[in-house]
Design a protein around this ligand. Sequence first.
Ligand code: MTE
Ligand code: MO
Length: 365
Amino acid sequence: MNQLNKDHAMIVRTQQPLNMGTPLHLLAAQRLTPTPLFFVRNHAPIPIIDPNTYRLTVDGLVDTALSLSLNDLRTRFESHRRVEATLQCAGNRRTELIARAPIPDELPWDTDAIGTATWEGVRLRDVLEAAGIKDSAGHIAFVGLDQVVKQDKAFGFGGSIPLDKALSDEVLLVHTMNGEPLPMEHGYPLRVLVPGYIGARSVKWLSRITIQAEPSDNYYQAHAYKLFPPSVDERSVDWSGGVMLDHLNVNAVIFTPMHDETLRAGKTRISGYALTGHGRQLTQVCVSADGGARWHTITLEPRPAQEVWSWLFWETDLDLPTGSHEIVAYAVDSAGDQQPSEVDAIWNFKGYMNNVWHRVPVQCT
Ligand SMILES: Nc1nc2c(c(=O)[nH]1)N[C@H]1C(S)=C(S)[C@@H](COP(=O)(O)O)O[C@H]1N2
Ligand SMILES: [Mo]
């Protein structure tokens, strides 16, 4: 019972709570990540939820508080809105930040805390509108049924998103992932999906939605998942400061060649993924085979509106002579945002949002 259907190739970061990532070559194999290969990020044990007694509470700055069963969600709302979206943990690519300076007490994610799936469910907006949103509303807060224990207190993982994002078409209460019922490790029976935001806002095992004036005071909104400048560390930090993380930033990672791969000199396929936030288009991926001295630009065509929430795969062929090379890639989005070249500018003591140029050393013989 309660068997997890996860691929044996998954990189287990911690067993309890369960945290596992996807080897990069398996992410590269297909644009939609199969569920057995989809990364798992948990802060507490997976709760086992009885779908028959499950209720979703909607309260706060509402005209009428709601208590919805799974059947209510299926029958009272349009329940098969479908979005294809990449979910990325804010800690993805943390190992490259750790290489510059240690980041204790955080998971050493490589490029494995990311995946793309199709998600189906009810639009969050429809549920909020059924409750009636009062004028003073500013943020929508979520709490899960898992129980995190911190400083002798137990509480559900939570977070919030601004009202305008919550009302947008792409934000769903998800019951179906890749065409199958949401697996328990991904939030069964219901999770939030906030495309274009850090993974932490896509709260799993959703118990309660509260409409409120201010952001959530949950630990994972008010304390963790905040961005501080490179000069701040765990001794000097003032937790009331920092920026609450929301939109994903522009990012690109090289799939092939692989780190430290030995290749035959000559025409070589360079491939990878790129993504960005805000529902923007990606316009370019720039690739270098000599550490950034000369660049090859891949121009990307605009994608249909329903595809902008997911990564895209890019590829090009470059001629590599014999010797050691550093392959480098970065992406540019439609707002002109591009990735920083050096980690110093973006290093932060919690290790979030790393989008430095991706560098892959290779040897050609
Ligand atoms: N209830 C709950 N929701 C949660 C979490 C959690 O620990 N508890 N982890 C969050 C984080 S940090 C991420 S990155 C995503 C990961 O989703 P996944 O495990 O389905 O890949 O879930 C988010 N939702
Ligand atoms: Mo995360």
